[in-house]
Design a protein around this ligand. Sequence first.
Ligand code: HPA
Ligand code: ZN
Length: 350
Amino acid sequence: ATKDPYINAIPKVELHVHIEGIISADLKWKFSQRNGQPIINPRTGRAFSSLEELRDSHNTLKPSIGNRMNNSEETLSFFEAYYGGFEALKTQQDYYDLAMDYYEHAAAMNVRYAEIFFDPQGHTRFGASWETMMQGFREAQQKAEQALHVRSGWIMCFLRDESPESAMEHYNAALQYRDMIVGIGLDSNEVDRPPSLFEEVFLRARKDGFRLTAHCDVGKPYPLEHIHQVVSTMAGGGTDRIDHGLNAAGDPDLVNLIKEKDLGMTICPWSYIRHQPLDEVFERIRALFDAGIRITIASDDPAFMEDTWVQENLLVAKKYCNFTNSEIQRLAQNAINESWVSEDVKNRLL
Ligand code: HPA
Ligand code: ZN
């Protein structure tokens, strides 16, 4: 729990967390030991020899307040460390344990409902089968609902640094698990990968009745054109939510457009502290909120930051944006309103 009783107590909905973003060094080590599979350091080509060494490589990634990430030669980049976690997952039990790890954290934070991202392409490229992956997730999802009273749905993300053809293949394969999947998203490395590259598969998903969202402008200033596409042209008229998009705050036309379309934005403060000056991050979050945009606060990749889950993200937003408790309550309510669960369940979340 955080030091803030109000934040601890309020019922929460989380709309932006990557299941692979909770793979800590400890979880990675647990899976790799259990499966008898070494974890290779991509910088040296050698296996990590101890949990401590693996923890250190993760720690170099972590931002701290006022101290932005330093991408030196020895430091694994976020994506190197992140995709290293996928390789450790082998069995249905691994997928189950991973998802249960999130659900247990969620229950302890009074999270009542979560929409959880997963990146199937990152798993199939290491040889995982859809069945291993989805049955592990499904079993955990059911257990969490019954035993922990945490409900959830899955958002399947395409890796934007993979090809649009690969996205379409994975889309087709996922259809047999469509009862678990509430929406479609887009993530991974944004450099030179505008959302429009994935227009065909997004349009198809729209026609098939999926809700849509896309990561854009993850803290670092990528072209605002990416946000523009997500807001107004993707899938023939824009997605249903935006993930991140923080730097829209610096463009009054974009702010107006997001407002006009009444789009929710998932905002993950700890992710931006990695890349962008602290003052700027919180001024922009505050500006989006004050403009009346329905932002929600979420955690993104807790294991790759300072073990910062949704409650720690709410805490840092409260502190540096000077949100009052009633404003925190509004942020929590935004997450319920912006979620893709049925109206019937929505009304029972609080
Ligand atoms: N950025 C982009 N894609 C991601 C991230 C991130 O921080 N985490 C998981 N997928
Ligand atoms: Zn994300």
